[in-house]
Design a protein around this ligand. Sequence first.
Ligand code: HSE
Length: 345
Amino acid sequence: MPHKLALIGFGGVGQGFVDILEKKKKMLRDKERMDFQVVAITDLNKGSVHHPEGLCLKEVKRAIQENGTLDAYPDQPGLIRGWDSKETIEKSNADSIVEMTFTNVLTGQPAIDHCKWAFQAKKNVVMTNKGPVALAHDVLSKQAEDNGVNWMFEGAVMSGTPALRLPQTTLVGNDITAIQGILNGTTNYMLTRMEKGLSYEDALFEAQKLGYAEADPTADVEGFDVLYKILILARVVLGIPLQREDVTCKGIQNMTLADIEKATKQGKRWKLIGSLIQTEQGLKATVQPEMLDLNDPLAGIQGATNAITYNCDLSGPITLVGAGAGIIETGYAVLIDLINIERKR
Ligand code: HSE
Protein backbone atom coordinates (compact mmCIF):
# COMPACT_ATOMS: atom_id res chain seq x y z
CA MET A 1 0.00 0.00 0.00
CA PRO A 2 1.49 3.38 -0.90
CA HIS A 3 2.03 5.92 1.89
CA LYS A 4 -0.33 8.71 0.84
CA LEU A 5 0.72 12.35 1.23
CA ALA A 6 -1.11 15.68 1.21
CA LEU A 7 1.08 18.73 0.59
CA ILE A 8 -0.08 21.91 2.32
CA GLY A 9 1.72 24.83 0.68
CA PHE A 10 3.37 24.42 -2.71
CA GLY A 11 6.14 26.99 -3.00
CA GLY A 12 9.78 26.31 -3.86
CA VAL A 13 10.30 23.68 -1.17
CA GLY A 14 7.08 21.85 -2.09
CA GLN A 15 8.03 21.75 -5.74
CA GLY A 16 11.58 20.68 -4.83
CA PHE A 17 10.13 17.89 -2.69
CA VAL A 18 8.05 16.64 -5.63
CA ASP A 19 11.23 16.56 -7.75
CA ILE A 20 12.94 14.53 -5.02
CA LEU A 21 10.03 12.04 -4.88
CA GLU A 22 10.26 11.50 -8.63
CA LYS A 23 14.04 11.21 -8.61
CA LYS A 24 14.13 8.77 -5.70
CA LYS A 25 11.04 6.73 -6.56
CA LYS A 26 12.97 3.71 -7.84
CA MET A 27 15.56 3.83 -5.07
CA LEU A 28 12.86 4.05 -2.41
CA ARG A 29 11.02 1.09 -3.92
CA ASP A 30 14.10 -1.08 -4.47
CA LYS A 31 16.10 -0.29 -1.34
CA GLU A 32 13.52 0.69 1.25
CA ARG A 33 10.41 -1.05 -0.16
CA MET A 34 8.58 2.26 0.21
CA ASP A 35 6.17 3.96 -2.12
CA PHE A 36 5.09 7.55 -1.44
CA GLN A 37 2.09 8.81 -3.38
CA VAL A 38 0.89 12.44 -3.43
CA VAL A 39 -2.92 12.46 -3.22
CA ALA A 40 -3.49 16.18 -2.57
CA ILE A 41 -1.82 19.55 -3.00
CA THR A 42 -3.30 22.79 -1.73
CA ASP A 43 -1.80 26.26 -1.85
CA LEU A 44 -3.39 29.63 -1.14
CA ASN A 45 -2.15 31.10 -4.42
CA LYS A 46 -1.74 28.09 -6.69
CA GLY A 47 -5.05 26.34 -6.06
CA SER A 48 -5.86 22.84 -4.94
CA VAL A 49 -6.23 19.34 -6.39
CA HIS A 50 -7.03 16.02 -4.75
CA HIS A 51 -7.35 12.54 -6.15
CA PRO A 52 -7.69 9.62 -3.75
CA GLU A 53 -5.75 7.34 -6.09
CA GLY A 54 -2.85 9.75 -6.49
CA LEU A 55 -1.90 12.77 -8.56
CA CYS A 56 0.38 12.54 -11.57
CA LEU A 57 3.48 14.52 -10.53
CA LYS A 58 4.48 15.17 -14.14
CA GLU A 59 1.09 16.82 -14.74
CA VAL A 60 1.47 18.81 -11.50
CA LYS A 61 4.80 20.18 -12.73
CA ARG A 62 3.43 20.84 -16.20
CA ALA A 63 0.49 22.79 -14.74
CA ILE A 64 2.79 24.91 -12.57
CA GLN A 65 5.07 25.58 -15.53
CA GLU A 66 2.11 26.63 -17.65
CA ASN A 67 0.84 29.52 -15.51
CA GLY A 68 2.17 29.11 -11.98
CA THR A 69 -1.02 27.45 -10.68
CA LEU A 70 -2.61 24.01 -10.52
CA ASP A 71 -5.52 25.14 -12.72
CA ALA A 72 -4.12 23.36 -15.77
CA TYR A 73 -3.93 19.99 -13.97
CA PRO A 74 -6.06 17.77 -16.25
CA ASP A 75 -9.61 16.83 -15.28
CA GLN A 76 -10.23 13.17 -14.63
CA PRO A 77 -12.97 11.17 -12.87
CA GLY A 78 -12.63 11.48 -9.10
CA LEU A 79 -10.54 14.68 -9.18
CA ILE A 80 -11.60 17.29 -6.62
CA ARG A 81 -10.53 20.90 -6.94
CA GLY A 82 -10.70 23.82 -4.57
CA TRP A 83 -10.31 22.28 -1.12
CA ASP A 84 -8.63 24.62 1.36
CA SER A 85 -6.01 23.38 3.80
CA LYS A 86 -8.56 22.34 6.47
CA GLU A 87 -10.65 20.32 4.03
CA THR A 88 -7.52 18.77 2.51
CA ILE A 89 -6.18 17.76 5.92
CA GLU A 90 -9.51 16.45 7.22
CA LYS A 91 -11.16 14.96 4.14
CA SER A 92 -8.35 13.62 1.97
CA ASN A 93 -7.24 10.01 2.36
CA ALA A 94 -3.62 11.05 3.12
CA ASP A 95 -1.69 9.12 5.79
CA SER A 96 0.70 12.04 6.29
CA ILE A 97 0.40 15.79 5.93
CA VAL A 98 3.50 17.53 4.60
CA GLU A 99 3.18 21.06 6.00
CA MET A 100 5.12 23.57 3.90
CA THR A 101 3.35 26.88 4.43
CA PHE A 102 5.27 30.02 5.37
CA THR A 103 6.97 30.30 8.75
CA ASN A 104 5.55 32.74 11.28
CA VAL A 105 7.70 32.51 14.38
CA LEU A 106 5.59 35.00 16.35
CA THR A 107 2.33 33.04 16.20
CA GLY A 108 3.35 29.72 14.65
CA GLN A 109 0.20 30.00 12.49
CA PRO A 110 -1.30 28.71 10.29
CA ALA A 111 0.98 25.71 10.76
CA ILE A 112 -0.07 25.08 14.39
CA ASP A 113 -3.71 24.73 13.32
CA HIS A 114 -2.67 22.47 10.46
CA CYS A 115 -0.96 20.15 12.97
CA LYS A 116 -3.97 20.13 15.29
CA TRP A 117 -6.43 19.31 12.50
CA ALA A 118 -4.14 16.59 11.22
CA PHE A 119 -3.63 14.92 14.59
CA GLN A 120 -7.38 15.00 15.30
CA ALA A 121 -7.86 13.28 11.93
CA LYS A 122 -5.18 10.71 12.94
CA LYS A 123 -2.70 11.81 10.30
CA ASN A 124 1.07 12.19 10.71
CA VAL A 125 2.63 15.61 10.15
CA VAL A 126 6.04 16.30 8.67
CA MET A 127 7.30 19.88 8.51
CA THR A 128 10.39 22.07 8.36
CA ASN A 129 8.61 25.05 9.90
CA LYS A 130 10.30 26.43 13.05
CA GLY A 131 7.23 28.23 14.41
CA PRO A 132 5.15 25.33 15.77
CA VAL A 133 8.20 23.51 17.14
CA ALA A 134 9.59 26.56 18.93
CA LEU A 135 6.24 27.78 20.27
CA ALA A 136 4.01 24.76 20.78
CA HIS A 137 6.25 21.70 21.04
CA ASP A 138 4.77 20.14 24.15
CA VAL A 139 1.10 20.65 23.27
CA LEU A 140 1.52 19.33 19.74
CA SER A 141 3.72 16.38 20.75
CA LYS A 142 1.12 15.29 23.26
CA GLN A 143 -1.68 15.65 20.77
CA ALA A 144 0.21 13.56 18.20
CA GLU A 145 0.95 10.91 20.80
CA ASP A 146 -2.64 10.80 22.09
CA ASN A 147 -3.82 10.19 18.54
CA GLY A 148 -1.19 7.55 17.82
CA VAL A 149 0.47 9.49 15.00
CA ASN A 150 3.92 10.98 14.34
CA TRP A 151 5.05 14.58 14.27
CA MET A 152 8.47 15.05 12.70
CA PHE A 153 10.39 18.24 11.91
CA GLU A 154 14.02 17.40 11.17
CA GLY A 155 14.34 20.37 8.80
CA ALA A 156 13.38 22.98 11.40
CA VAL A 157 17.06 23.31 12.33
CA MET A 158 19.70 23.19 9.55
CA SER A 159 17.29 21.86 6.87
CA GLY A 160 18.54 18.51 5.52
CA THR A 161 21.63 18.44 7.78
CA PRO A 162 20.42 16.17 10.61
CA ALA A 163 21.02 18.54 13.53
CA LEU A 164 18.13 17.08 15.54
CA ARG A 165 18.26 13.39 14.70
CA LEU A 166 22.06 13.04 15.04
CA PRO A 167 22.19 13.87 18.77
CA GLN A 168 18.92 12.03 19.47
CA THR A 169 19.84 8.78 17.76
CA THR A 170 23.50 8.40 16.84
CA LEU A 171 24.92 10.20 19.89
CA VAL A 172 22.47 8.53 22.27
CA GLY A 173 23.95 7.57 25.67
CA ASN A 174 26.02 10.74 25.94
CA ASP A 175 25.17 13.59 28.26
CA ILE A 176 25.28 16.65 26.05
CA THR A 177 26.75 19.40 28.19
CA ALA A 178 26.78 22.16 25.60
CA ILE A 179 25.61 22.92 22.07
CA GLN A 180 27.11 25.71 20.01
CA GLY A 181 26.30 26.46 16.43
CA ILE A 182 26.37 28.69 13.41
CA LEU A 183 22.70 28.34 12.64
CA ASN A 184 22.03 31.16 10.20
CA GLY A 185 23.46 31.19 6.69
CA THR A 186 22.76 34.84 5.95
CA THR A 187 24.79 36.22 8.82
CA ASN A 188 27.66 33.77 8.33
CA TYR A 189 27.79 34.72 4.67
CA MET A 190 27.80 38.41 5.63
CA LEU A 191 30.60 38.01 8.18
CA THR A 192 32.64 36.02 5.64
CA ARG A 193 32.22 38.77 3.04
CA MET A 194 32.93 41.55 5.57
CA GLU A 195 36.28 39.84 6.30
CA LYS A 196 37.02 40.37 2.60
CA GLY A 197 36.38 44.10 3.07
CA LEU A 198 32.71 44.44 2.06
CA SER A 199 30.60 46.86 4.08
CA TYR A 200 27.71 45.52 6.20
CA GLU A 201 25.17 46.95 3.74
CA ASP A 202 26.86 45.47 0.65
CA ALA A 203 27.23 42.09 2.35
CA LEU A 204 23.52 42.08 3.27
CA PHE A 205 22.57 43.10 -0.26
CA GLU A 206 24.57 40.16 -1.65
CA ALA A 207 23.00 37.73 0.83
CA GLN A 208 19.55 38.91 -0.22
CA LYS A 209 20.40 38.63 -3.89
CA LEU A 210 21.62 35.07 -3.39
CA GLY A 211 18.36 34.18 -1.64
CA TYR A 212 19.86 33.33 1.78
CA ALA A 213 18.15 36.10 3.73
CA GLU A 214 14.48 36.00 4.69
CA ALA A 215 12.24 38.45 2.75
CA ASP A 216 12.56 40.72 5.77
CA PRO A 217 16.15 40.11 6.89
CA THR A 218 15.56 41.49 10.39
CA ALA A 219 15.14 37.98 11.83
CA ASP A 220 18.47 36.96 10.29
CA VAL A 221 20.66 39.92 11.26
CA GLU A 222 19.11 40.56 14.68
CA GLY A 223 19.54 36.91 15.66
CA PHE A 224 15.89 35.88 16.04
CA ASP A 225 16.13 33.13 13.44
CA VAL A 226 18.91 31.57 15.55
CA LEU A 227 16.97 32.22 18.76
CA TYR A 228 14.08 30.03 17.57
CA LYS A 229 16.49 27.28 16.52
CA ILE A 230 18.05 27.47 20.00
CA LEU A 231 14.59 27.06 21.59
CA ILE A 232 14.05 23.96 19.44
CA LEU A 233 17.47 22.46 20.27
CA ALA A 234 16.94 23.10 23.99
CA ARG A 235 13.56 21.34 24.01
CA VAL A 236 14.17 18.55 21.53
CA VAL A 237 17.81 17.63 22.18
CA LEU A 238 18.26 18.60 25.84
CA GLY A 239 14.65 18.16 26.96
CA ILE A 240 14.56 21.64 28.51
CA PRO A 241 11.70 23.98 27.61
CA LEU A 242 12.76 27.61 27.23
CA GLN A 243 10.83 30.75 26.39
CA ARG A 244 12.05 33.52 24.09
CA GLU A 245 12.77 35.69 27.14
CA ASP A 246 15.15 33.04 28.53
CA VAL A 247 17.58 33.58 25.65
CA THR A 248 19.95 36.55 25.59
CA CYS A 249 19.84 37.63 21.96
CA LYS A 250 22.16 39.98 20.11
CA GLY A 251 22.58 40.03 16.34
CA ILE A 252 25.25 41.37 13.99
CA GLN A 253 23.35 44.52 13.04
CA ASN A 254 25.84 46.84 14.74
CA MET A 255 29.01 45.16 13.54
CA THR A 256 31.43 47.27 11.55
CA LEU A 257 34.53 46.65 9.50
CA ALA A 258 36.53 47.99 12.46
CA ASP A 259 35.20 45.12 14.61
CA ILE A 260 36.20 42.63 11.93
CA GLU A 261 39.72 44.08 11.71
CA LYS A 262 40.10 43.97 15.47
CA ALA A 263 39.42 40.21 15.43
CA THR A 264 41.74 39.61 12.48
CA LYS A 265 44.58 41.41 14.29
CA GLN A 266 44.12 39.08 17.27
CA GLY A 267 44.14 36.01 15.00
CA LYS A 268 40.44 35.49 15.63
CA ARG A 269 37.18 35.56 13.70
CA TRP A 270 33.65 36.74 14.51
CA LYS A 271 30.80 34.26 14.23
CA LEU A 272 27.14 34.62 15.22
CA ILE A 273 26.89 31.77 17.73
CA GLY A 274 23.76 30.22 19.16
CA SER A 275 24.75 28.54 22.37
CA LEU A 276 23.26 26.31 25.09
CA ILE A 277 25.50 25.55 28.05
CA GLN A 278 24.48 23.39 31.00
CA THR A 279 25.62 25.11 34.21
CA GLU A 280 24.98 24.48 37.89
CA GLN A 281 22.55 27.40 37.80
CA GLY A 282 20.64 25.89 34.86
CA LEU A 283 20.79 26.15 31.11
CA LYS A 284 22.51 29.28 29.78
CA ALA A 285 21.13 30.22 26.37
CA THR A 286 22.61 32.95 24.20
CA VAL A 287 22.69 34.19 20.64
CA GLN A 288 25.51 36.66 20.07
CA PRO A 289 28.53 37.47 17.91
CA GLU A 290 31.57 35.73 19.40
CA MET A 291 35.26 36.09 18.57
CA LEU A 292 36.52 32.54 18.01
CA ASP A 293 40.09 31.25 17.88
CA LEU A 294 40.89 30.10 14.39
CA ASN A 295 41.41 26.53 15.61
CA ASP A 296 37.79 26.32 16.79
CA PRO A 297 35.97 24.06 14.29
CA LEU A 298 33.22 26.68 13.97
CA ALA A 299 35.73 29.39 12.99
CA GLY A 300 36.47 27.67 9.68
CA ILE A 301 32.86 27.64 8.49
CA GLN A 302 32.62 30.01 5.54
CA GLY A 303 29.79 31.48 3.49
CA ALA A 304 26.19 30.36 4.01
CA THR A 305 27.17 26.99 5.50
CA ASN A 306 25.91 26.09 8.99
CA ALA A 307 27.62 24.00 11.67
CA ILE A 308 26.87 22.74 15.14
CA THR A 309 29.07 21.30 17.88
CA TYR A 310 27.63 18.95 20.53
CA ASN A 311 29.85 18.61 23.59
CA CYS A 312 29.31 15.05 24.70
CA ASP A 313 30.55 13.54 27.96
CA LEU A 314 31.56 10.21 26.39
CA SER A 315 32.36 10.87 22.75
CA GLY A 316 33.79 14.37 23.24
CA PRO A 317 32.90 17.26 20.96
CA ILE A 318 31.24 16.30 17.69
CA THR A 319 30.75 18.90 14.98
CA LEU A 320 28.23 18.56 12.16
CA VAL A 321 28.70 20.83 9.12
CA GLY A 322 26.24 21.33 6.28
CA ALA A 323 23.63 23.40 4.55
CA GLY A 324 21.15 25.27 6.73
CA ALA A 325 18.70 26.13 3.97
CA GLY A 326 18.01 25.52 0.28
CA ILE A 327 15.13 24.07 -1.68
CA ILE A 328 16.51 20.57 -2.23
CA GLU A 329 18.16 20.36 1.20
CA THR A 330 14.89 21.35 2.90
CA GLY A 331 12.88 19.00 0.70
CA TYR A 332 15.31 16.25 1.68
CA ALA A 333 14.58 16.93 5.38
CA VAL A 334 10.93 16.06 4.63
CA LEU A 335 12.03 12.83 2.99
CA ILE A 336 14.19 11.84 6.00
CA ASP A 337 11.14 12.18 8.25
CA LEU A 338 8.83 10.27 5.93
CA ILE A 339 11.29 7.39 5.61
CA ASN A 340 11.55 7.27 9.39
CA ILE A 341 7.76 7.20 9.77
CA GLU A 342 7.51 4.44 7.21
CA ARG A 343 10.23 2.41 8.95
CA LYS A 344 8.17 2.52 12.14
CA ARG A 345 5.01 1.20 10.41
N1 HSE B 1 17.33 32.84 6.38
C1 HSE B 1 17.77 31.62 7.04
C2 HSE B 1 19.29 31.56 6.95
C3 HSE B 1 17.12 30.42 6.40
O1 HSE B 1 19.88 32.49 6.42
O2 HSE B 1 19.90 30.62 7.43
C4 HSE B 1 17.00 29.23 7.28
O3 HSE B 1 16.30 29.47 8.48
